[in-house]
Design a protein around this ligand. Structure first.
Ligand SMILES: [Zn+2]
Length: 113
């Protein structure tokens, strides 16, 4: 069973979008690589959800980031390692920017009251 070939399905399963085929579910139960992939995806979703409920994000920015990450993932497997690291860095940078923005917003709100 090729883990890389199942990655998209594994991730969709982690997001709860699909149940996944029996074959893949059984594989994921015994495969540490796929389990790691699922927990990585779940953690990412949790973080994005936390961001989404924490701060108002302008113009579907997060969706655009997610699209970009998806596009990067579709590139050939050779470059995937480097690119997914790059995509991760982008998400972190944007998260920091949003965090800084919301913090100064909150400070302004405190001063106003
Ligand atoms: Zn696997």
């Amino acid at each position: 069973m090729q883990c890389d070939r199942n990655k998209r399905q594994i991730r969709a399963m982690a997001r709860g979008e699909i149940i996944g085929s029996l074959k893949i579910r059984e594989h994921a139960r015994n495969c540490l690589r796929c389990q790691a992939e699922m927990s990585r995806e779940r953690r990412m979703q949790r973080e994005l959800q936390a961001l989404r409920s924490d701060v108002p994000v302008p113009g579907g920015l997060l969706n655009r980031i997610l699209d970009a990450v998806d596009t990067l993932d579709r590139r050939p497997a050779v470059a995937r390692r480097r690119r997914s690291k790059l995509a991760g860095t982008c998400v972190v940078v944007v998260a920091l920017l949003i965090g800084i923005g919301s913090r100064s917003g909150r400070r302004r709100a405190v001063q106003a009251s």
